[in-house]
Design a binder for this molecule. Structure first.
Ligand code: TRP
Length: 441
């Protein structure tokens, strides 16, 4: 199997520079590596956990899809889809929910943060906490395990969720993967250098802190204005500055080559003013963002093209998800009740070991030999041959005898053109016929 890389973006907001650097860019870069099969999706079911504003959900899905496409996602190479277009994901979520320890979910960061905030505020610990928030890591595990992703590019804040997905996968494999593992154990891929881009105030860049640098919103002006608001110390131009640990340099690093990084630090140490440094940062970021911004504008004016791309992506993803979910359903015991007529027994086709259920009844079979004559035979429920007919010239004659034996039982036995199979005693045949007669009622 090719290396599978998968990542999702929750569709509640408008992508900002932190999303681009931390998730979108590394994901697209990874998708271009040879030997990689990528799955990128809009985590819109996750969005419903945080957001009860339908218009915002709709808008965000569109913006995020347009962003991925504008940033160079190649939909020929990548399965690019909406989570909510894949019904197998919520179904898998349930299978995983049933093997996930509640105690483990109690420890999930997002839930714990909400809980702690309630406690700190003197509220009921569960105030405002939905089951969606509580179970969030299981849905995320399903996103990942559904496609047996090996690598999951995420921000550092998501690493715990990937570990939970591994745990759930391991438990599921242990319980249901009798012959071989069902799930690949995924690994988080955090871009160490730029995993968590700081926002304007130095905290993690996040809409909830109101400290973001927009990616496309507001155009070149918006980018420049945001960068101008980056908090710095009050050193004046000409004064040496310590570059390490500053927000400005962290942002610069995210777009710079190693040589540019060194040069920028040297300049700051030599007294480059913060204002000028911000201009350099703006120029650097703009060079990468401007062409993508133009494509983004084009796409946003053609939402139907985005819809088409996502539908095509959903078909690709479901081509993987559907058969795999069927395998998983069987593994847990949700199996079709199918007869395999050849053996005379019923086989429930499932994940190995397959379950064989003895049917209550023996079976008559009629067939024609290559010499043109018609035969029938009676097999016990376990497949053992009980009776074998002689060859008959007429299919209707054969059918007639089968019918008589089924309805009259052993009383028709002596007249019928049949012989007991080798080693079978007559009592066994009489019992079998009696069972058939009884079943006619
Ligand atoms: N929870 C992730 C976030 O908020 C988004 C997400 C949902 C995701 N499902 C995923 C990321 C699966 C990677 C893999 O960033």
């Amino acid at each position: 199997m090719k290396l599978r890389v998968l990542t999702g973006i929750t569709t509640t907001g408008t992508p900002h520079l932190g999303n681009y650097v931390g998730a979108i860019r590394p994901a697209i870069a990874a998708s271009l590596e040879p030997g990689v099969q990528s799955f990128f999706f809009l985590a819109d079911y996750h969005a419903l956990i945080k957001c009860e504003d339908p218009d915002r959900i709709e808008r965000s899905r569109l913006e995020i899809a347009a962003t991925f496409l504008a940033c160079g996602l190649d939909t020929q190479r990548v399965a690019f889809y909406r989570q909510s277009d894949i019904p197998e994901i919520p179904e898998l979520t349930w299978l995983l929910t049933c093997v996930t320890a509640k105690g483990q979910m109690n420890r999930a960061h997002a839930y714990k943060a909400a809980l702690d905030a309630n406690v700190a505020a003197g509220e009921d610990p569960d105030a405002g906490i939905s089951m969606g928030l509580y179970s969030y890591p299981i849905l995320m595990a399903a996103d990942i395990l559904m496609f047996n992703a090996h690598r999951v590019p995420v921000g550092r804040d998501q690493v715990q969720h990937i570990e939970m997905a591994r745990d759930v996968a391991q438990r599921f494999n242990h319980l249901f993967g009798q012959r071989s593992d069902l799930f690949v154990l995924p690994e988080a891929q955090v871009e160490e250098a730029v995993a968590m881009l700081p926002g304007l105030d130095g905290r993690k860049m996040s809409k909830s802190y109101d400290n973001i640098v927009p990616l496309f919103d507001g155009g070149a002006e918006g980018l420049k204005d945001a960068i101008a608001r980056i908090v710095t110390d009050s050193r004046l131009p000409g004064e040496p500055k310590e570059p390490e640990g500053t927000t400005l340099v962290a942002l610069y690093d995210a777009f710079a080559t190693p040589a540019q990084r060194v040069a920028f630090r040297d300049e700051l140490r030599a007294g480059l003013g913060w204002g000028e440094a911000k201009q350099k940062l703006t120029t650097l970021v703009e060079a990468e963002v401007a062409p993508m911004r133009a494509r983004y504008a084009q796409l946003m004016s053609h939402p139907e093209q985005i819809e088409d791309a996502l539908q095509a992506g959903a078909s690709k993803a479901r081509a993987v998800a559907k058969p795999f979910l069927e395998q998983l359903r069987r593994a847990v015991g949700l199996r079709p009740m199918l007869a395999t007529p050849a053996s005379g027994a019923l086989h429930l086709q499932g994940h190995a070991p397959s379950v064989v259920i003895k049917p209550a009844l023996p079976v008559f079979k009629q067939y024609r030999e290559t010499d043109g004559r018609f035969f029938f035979k009676l097999a016990a429920a376990n497949g053992e041959l009980l009776l074998q007919s002689r060859g008959l010239a007429d299919a209707r004659e054969a059918g007639g005898w089968v019918k008589r034996l089924k309805t009259e039982g052993a009383t028709a036995l002596d007249a019928a053109p049949v012989a007991l199979a080798d080693g079978v005693d007559r009592a066994a045949v009489e019992d079998a016929l009696a069972a058939l007669v009884a079943s006619q009622d």
